[in-house]
Write a protein that binds this ligand. Structure first.
Ligand code: CP
Ligand code: NVA
Length: 308
């Protein structure tokens, strides 16, 4: 498949390494010359449906659609009839008659797969419990901008084996990067997604390796990445997780194990004093706000590819 025939963006597995390179190049171009793309979505309507909270995803998609000349429709799950039990399969059939694409943030990943199967419009995953591909497109754009390439770079992710860890494994593997995931026992990544990432990495010269010791995983890292200990939907586990992840904070001592030129990334929202020390996220190695800005450019490139 080439990006010309890309139909959905659910996990990043829709992309070949070449497709991903093309997307990142397009994102760089969109970022440097946004006005050249101001009419690419003229007449296109994009629904943005949220069943979980969001700041960045909501705003960057809404602004992105407008900047491409399209029309965004923000929808909250609670306000739609799905909140009162209408099947999502009926909802997507109806939506397919009104809009040109749906971006959705939801819980079970199976929901976005069902939507892609039943609907007749492109589905963009704006985060599920197991994947966050749009975030990782922005992360890879940030890495490409910072280092000039992604191939061979060591990305160490410290923390929960969650949606971010999964999408970083897949996106890093497709990029020929060396992805290291350090999580406490019992909180590691999904085995199936790990195996898929390892297979992808074998083809690109990258690697994906699991660790339980954050210090060992961080030695020689180019990128140190972390995310919240308790994700959306895991609020009841927050206290237990704070305890279990106590030795998994990215602090100055951990950053000192990485390369001198290493950068710190976090998808945000962040909890200073939990998964990251304030002096790291607010320090000179942190690129988290450039990373957040890149959501806009990467997703514009994605929408151009899917819709223009
Ligand atoms: N990183 C990210 O997806 O942020 P939001 O939850 O604010 O959209
Ligand atoms: N793992 C986090 C990511 C938020 C952008 C969550 O799912 O809440």
């Amino acid at each position: 498949m080439t990006t010309k025939t890309l139909k959905h963006m659910l996990t990043l597995e829709e992309l070949t390494p070449t497709d991903l390179d093309e997307l990142i190049q397009l994102a760089l171009d969109v970022k440097h010359d946004p006005s050249a793309y101001g009419k690419t979505l003229t007449g296109k309507k994009v629904a943005l449906l949220f069943e979980k909270a969001s700041t960045r995803t909501r705003m960057s998609f809404e602004v992105g659609v407008v900047e491409l000349g399209g029309y965004p429709l923000f929808l909250s799950g609670n306000d739609l009839q799905i909140g009162r039990g209408e099947p999502i399969t009926d909802t997507i059939r109806v939506m397919s008659r009104y809009v040109d694409a749906l971006m959705i943030r939801t819980y079970a990943h199976g929901t976005v797969e069902t939507l892609a199967e039943v609907g007749s419009i492109p589905i963009i995953n704006g985060l599920t419990d197991t994947h966050h591909p749009c975030q990782v497109l922005a992360d890879l754009l940030t890495i490409e901008e910072t280092f000039g390439s992604r191939q061979g770079k060591v990305l160490t992710y410290i923390g929960d084996g969650n949606n971010m860890a999964h999408s970083l494994m897949l996106g890093g593997a497709l990029s020929g990067m060396h992805v290291r995931i350090a999580s406490p026992d019992g909180y590691t990544v999904d085995e199936t997604i790990y195996n898929k990432s390892v297979a992808l990495a074998e083809a690109t010269g990258g690697s994906v390796t699991l660790y339980t010791d954050p210090a060992i995983a961080t030695v020689g890292a180019d990128i140190v990445y972390t995310d919240v200990f308790a994700s959306m939907g895991q609020e009841s586990e927050a206290e237990e997780r704070l305890h279990r992840f106590a030795t998994f904070q990215v602090d100055g001592a951990l950053m000192a194990k990485a390369n001198e030129t290493a950068i710190f990334l976090h998808c945000l929202p962040a909890h200073r004093g939990e998964e990251v020390a304030a002096d790291v996220i607010d320090g000179p190695q942190s690129l988290v706000f450039d990373q957040a800005e890149n959501r806009l450019h990467a997703q514009k490139a994605l929408m151009i590819t899917l819709l223009a």
